[in-house]
Design a protein around this ligand. Structure first.
Ligand code: DCC
Ligand code: FAD
Length: 645
């Protein structure tokens, strides 16, 4: 289920209604805190709830509203995944984007009705990033008009696909298509894996779970091997690619069109990551507003830890980023939906822009989200380290995003390819050909920033300073690459010698995009009170971000050290200004206690009694004396006492 977040009071009140409805349905609640469950218990519970949702969702939400369905899933199923996570996240999007109309009639309709459960099986034991070197092969047998799927060696085993191990009975499988000895690269196939009645693996299929992970363990990530496994020619997903009965290959309008399922997840996961960052910040900010520790004025009682500037500095910039990622994520989803429609008409012109944008955003947002969640955990002291805070699970699920959907350092390079091409246009005096996402690369930079000399409402100077930094780094990194090539290196060798600088350019370009998306959204806000609070948050964001990358602007004098001091003071000013609104800013996300699954993040702030109750309910406290003490520790101590006598 692609992440959707609400915006505006209408959805906020709908969230409250849905939560209130669920509060009256105990069968939808966690039967006990998830940290007290084994992996098998979690999967059993999640499967039970999936059937409840299927049966009763119409009584609780408007199932046609993806936002409401997403909220229901988050509140009931939670973030640790579920046996149909990839069914919604990738299997259905892959069929929607790549199956022909008749194939959609045959399979997508059944998937939408949950008659079958599917996943997206691409990654292998030996390859995940480099799709060109995937080893599962689909050889076309022109006599029988079938593809023969085979796993030639252990490294070709499909490995990692979510819900592949035990839940799915179908998969969209990515395999190298071989026709008459020619390799047509990775193509997508609809593959039955398990008997629809018995759920037993079909003949020629080896399948199972890959074992426990860092987190996200309700998803049975699996392995899959084929032993000369035959599927009909018509199981190749043929919306854009075709293979005729005689083996003729009809190529798609874009070589990467069958990478669309990945682009789908990258487009939607920006919002998903924002929500996880928002979860952690809600927990830490609420807890910081009840936890008292230490004094600032020794004549006064102990202060709430949220009064400390360091605590504000630890949390508020991440609150700003969570909002920024929601805004950027909304723009990315809109662009994805537009590209999906345009591709239907054969117009693939925006695919490169979408790929570049989502590659950069996915990499920057997942990394900064992980950092922000970890800071939120540390901001809660010891209780943050308890699973009662639930922040460690939120971290574990979110940080997987740095790896899945393309490892971050690899995806930054995809954006870098796009930036290098754009830098080439600038160098060739063809800036007019630059796309909207990189038009700033062709602009002439002022000699210095006016950041401390413009009226505070304006963000133009901040954007210009960011553009200066991103432009300079892109042109410099591209020049480094071109320089190595001019000295005789191949492009690949030159690229490898320049990748750290190129990836820096990708990050700076992406952080500029996030700032601009934040500015665009705040400028649209009509409600003056809301606009004022979001403007404060945006001010905090731009000063925090600029301070973080200031070195790039100091080195060429675009920013002076006095301007750096100005930025710092602005940052501290907005930390203090946001403090009174901090709890409201996180409360406005309307996460219910049931969705947060955190004792520290309770809306009523009643932490201590509930921490004690939570601890007492821990399975270890079922008995006063553990069997292990009776069996080992007591004899150990008795023998030690005896030996002393
Ligand atoms: C939130 C909580 C819930 C959590 C929800 C959790 C769900 C978990 C889901 C996880 C699911 C997965 O991980 S699924 C598996 C994900 N796996 C991946 O993402 C694999 C990453 N690797 C790749 O995507 C590929 O190998 C690349 C893009 C890195 C390289 O592909 P390639 O085929 O070698 O292409 P390459 O030579 O680099 O580039 C050739 C040209 O193609 C272009 N190109 C490449 N890809 C694309 C593309 N998708 N769209 C357009 N154009 C593209 C390039 O820009 C370039 O253009 P030009 O420069 O020539 O103009
Ligand atoms: C929670 C989770 C869920 C997943 N779900 C699915 C799924 O549903 N379906 C699916 O098909 N896959 C899934 N995956 C697999 C995931 O997509 C891959 O792990 C990911 O694409 C990275 O590939 P890899 O693990 O083979 O790492 P590799 O490609 O082996 O990369 C290992 C490391 O080498 C470095 N590296 C590799 N290539 C380069 C390069 N060109 N330049 C610089 N450095 C490089 C990077 O540091 C990288 O981290 C999932 C993974 C996780 C963690």
């Amino acid at each position: 289920m692609a992440a959707q977040i609400y915006s505006g009071e209408k959805y906020a009140s709908r969230r409250r209604e849905i939560s209130a409805n669920l509060a009256k349905r105990p069968e939808f609640h966690d039967s006990k805190p998830l940290p007290f469950m084994t992996r098998e218990e979690k999967i059993l519970e999640s499967s039970r709830k999936l059937t409840l949702i299927s049966k009763h969702m119409n009584e609780i939400i408007d199932p046609s509203d993806k936002r409401e369905l997403y909220h229901l899933n988050c509140e009931v199923l939670g973030i640790e995944g579920n046996p149909m996570a990839l069914h919604g996240d990738m299997f259905i999007p892959a069929l929607t984007a790549q199956a022909s109309d008749e194939q959609q009639e045959k399979w997508l309709s059944r998937a939408l009705r949950r008659e079958i459960i599917g996943t997206y099986a691409q990654t292998e034991l030996g390859h995940g990033t480099n799709l060109r070197k995937l080893e599962t092969i689909a050889t076309y047998d022109v006599d029988t008009q079938e593809f023969v799927l085979h796993t030639p060696q252990i490294t070709a085993l499909k490995w990692w696909p979510g819900n592949l191990g035990k839940s799915s009975n179908y998969a969209v499988v990515v395999a190298l298509m071989i026709i008459k000895g020619k390799n047509y690269g990775p193509q997508t196939f609809m593959v039955p894996l398990r008997d629809e009645k018995t759920h037993q693996p079909l003949k020629g299929i080896t399948i199972g779970d890959i074992g426990p992970k860092l987190a996200y363990n309700i998803v049975d990530n699996g392995f899959l091997g084929f032993d000369h496994y035959r599927i009909p020619r018509t199981n190749l997903l043929m919306r854009h690619t075709r293979v005729e009965p005689d083996g003729t290959f009809v190529k798609p309008p874009h070589a990467k069109i069958n990478y669309s399922a990945m682009v789908h997840v990258r487009s939607y996961m920006i919002t998903g990551q924002a929500i996880m960052l928002a979860y952690a910040l809600t927990i830490a900010t609420r807890y910081s507003s009840v936890r008292r520790q230490g004094q600032i004025d020794t004549t006064q009682p102990e202060v709430k830890v949220l009064e400390y500037q360091t605590q504000q500095h630890r949390l508020f910039p991440s609150i700003a980023r969570a909002y920024a990622f929601v805004f950027a994520g909304a723009e990315t989803v809109r662009l994805y939906e537009r590209v999906l429609q345009e591709v239907e008409t054969g117009n693939v012109s925006l695919m490169a822009d979408l790929h570049a944008l989502t590659s950069g955003l996915k990499s920057v947002v997942t990394h900064q989200t992980a950092q922000g969640i970890e800071q939120a955990r540390m901001a809660c002291g010891g209780h943050g380290y308890s699973q009662a805070s639930y922040i460690s699970e939120i971290f574990g699920v979110a940080v997987g995003g740095c790896t899945y959907e393309g490892e971050n350092l690899v995806m930054l390079q995809q954006l870098a390819r796009y930036l290098v091409k754009s830098a080439g246009l600038v160098q060739a005096g063809q800036s007019s050909k630059l796309g909207p996402l990189v038009a700033y690369l062709g602009a002439k930079s002022d000699s210095t920033s006016l950041i401390d000399r413009t009226p505070t409402p304006g963000f133009a100077e901040y954007v210009k300073t960011f553009q200066h930094i991103a432009r300079k780094q892109t042109l410099k990194a591209a020049q480094k690459l071109f320089g190595f090539m001019e000295k005789g290196d191949t492009r690949e060798v030159a690229w490898n010698k320049s990748t750290v600088e190129l990836n820096r350019a990708s990050r700076l370009h992406t952080r500029l995009y996030i700032v601009e998306a934040f500015v665009r959204r705040v400028e649209e806000v009509a409600d003056p009170r809301l606009k004022e609070v979001l403007t404060d948050l945006l001010r905090l964001h731009v000063n925090y971000e600029l301070l973080d990358v200031a070195a790039y602007a100091l080195e060429d004098g675009f920013l002076s050290s006095s301007q750096l001091d100005y930025i710092r003071e602005q940052l501290y000013f907005y930390l203090a200004k946001i403090r009174p609104n901090a709890v409201s800013l996180v409360d406005s996300w309307e996460f219910s206690d049931r969705e947060l699954r955190s004792v520290l993040g309770r809306r009523d702030g009643n932490v201590y009694e509930n921490l004690f109750a939570w601890a007492k309910a821990s399975p270890l406290n079922k008995t006063d004396v553990l069997p292990s003490v009776d069996k080992y520790l007591k004899p150990l101590m008795e023998s030690a006492r005896a030996s002393k006598l």
